[in-house]
Design a protein around this ligand. Sequence first.
Ligand code: EPZ
Length: 446
Amino acid sequence: MTISASSLRVIGGTPLTGEVVVRGAKNLVPKAMVAALLGNTPSTLRNVPNVVDVDVVSGLLKLHGVGVERTDGVLTMDPGRVDHAEPAELNVHAGSSRIPILMCGPLIHRLGRAFIPDLGGCKIGDRPIDFHLDALRQMGAKVRKENDGLYIDAPGGLRGTQIELSFPSVGATEQVLLSAVLATGTTELRNAAVEPEIMDLICILQKMGAQITVHSNRVVRIEGVSELTGFDHWALTDRLEAASWACAALATKGDITVVGAEQEPMLTFLNVFRQVGGQFEVNDGGNGSAKSIRFWCPEGGQLNAVAIETNVAPGFQTDWQQPLVVALTQAEGLSIVHETVYENRLGFTQALNTMGAHIQVYRECLGGSTCRFGQRNFSHSAVISGPAQLHGAELAIPDLRGGFSYLIAALAADGTSTLHGLELIYRGYENFLAKLSSLNAKYEEL
Ligand code: EPZ
C-alpha cells in the first residue's frame, strides 16, 4: 500500500457522520497468511484489508519463496516452493512486525528449521515470547539465540505434547496451533486464548484438513495429521477497527455506520458502549444488504462514566480500551479503566492530559479484581474525570491504537492539532484518511 502523509493537521469540533467499510481483521489476516505455508496446495484469503501488516507478511512469505498474488481484497499464496531466507533480509523486512515468530512451526515442518529476526510490535509492554519458545521446546525444537535473532530447529520434527499456558496468550495459542497441526501425535493445549480471531484461524486450519477440538474450559486438542491442503477463506471483520469508529462517534457526538461489523464478536464492547450512553443498531444482513452496525451519540451528547476492566476473550478486549478512554474524557463523572492484559498500555493518556483531559494513572488494580500487575510498579489503572473540554495540541503517535485514539481526540477537541507518525496507524487501519474525509472530518496532510 502507498503511505501518503506522515503528519496531519486536524481541525476539531466537527461531528463525524456517515458510513465506513471495515474489512478483514488485522489480527487474523497475517496469521492466515502464515497458515498457508502449511498447505501442499495454494490458498486464497478474501476480505483482506490494504494495511501495512499485510504488506510486511506478504514480503516475508516471498522471501521464503512463496508465490503471493494480490488483487483488491484477495490474496492467493502458493507454497509450492518454500526456501530458507537470508537472516539479514528478514531482519530488514520484518521491521515492526511480530508475525515472524509464528512462522516457526510452519517453517520447521517445511524445512526442518527456522530463523526468527528480532521482533517489533507496539510499545505497550515488554512483549516477551517466552510462552512461544517454551511451547516449541516442549514439542521438540531446539532454540539458539544469536545477536541477529533466533535459530530454531527440530531434527526429529515436532511432536505432540501437553502444553499449559500461564496466561491465555493469543500469540502463544497461535504458535501452538500452527505447530501442532502437522506434528506427530496429539497436542493438548490448556489455558488457550479463544478470541474470535483465534476461532477464525481454527476454521482456516480445519478447512486445510486439521483435526482441532475446542473444549469449554480453554482446552484445545490438536491431532497431528500428515498433510494439509490450501484453504479458501473470507477473513472475519476487524472488530477492533469497528469499535474504534464507534468510539469516534461518541467522542465527536457523531453518527457512524460501520459496514462489515458483526454483533457477536463485539458483544462485550456493545454492552459498554450502551452503558456509556451510546446507541447502536445492528443490521445483520437479513434483508440482503451488507451487515453493519450504526453507532451514534445520544441527543445532547450526555455520556455516562463507567468502570471497565480489560481482559482476554470473552472479556473487554484490551485493544478497545484506548479509543474508549478518549470517549470517557467526555463522560459525566469518574470513569475507571483497569488494563489487565498489558502492563504499559496507559502511557498514551499523558498526551490527552496536555489536551485538557483529566486522567490519573495508578499502580493499583482499580475497579475490579486483582491482576498480574498489581503492586508490580506498573501504572495499569486509570481514573478519567469528565466531561473535559479538549483543546488542540501537537501529538507524537506512540502505537497503533494510541495513534487512532489521538486522531479521535483531535477531532473531538476545540481548535487545531498536529499529529506526527501516522505510519503506525497505517499498520492496522485501512484507508483511514479517506474514511475520515467521508465522515466530514476536517484535516490537512502535511
Ligand atoms: C495479540 O498480541 C494482538 N496482536 C494484540 O493486538 C492484542 O492486544 C493481544 O493479542 C491480546 O488480545 C496481534 O494479533 C498481531 P498476547 P499478542 O500474547 O499475541 C504476555 C493491536 O493493537 N506474553 O495475548 O502479542 C504479553 O506480554 C495489538 O491490534 C508473555 O508474557 O498478545 C501480554 O502481557 C496490540 N509471554 C499478554 O501475555 C509470551 O510469550 C498478552 O499477550 C507472550 C505473551
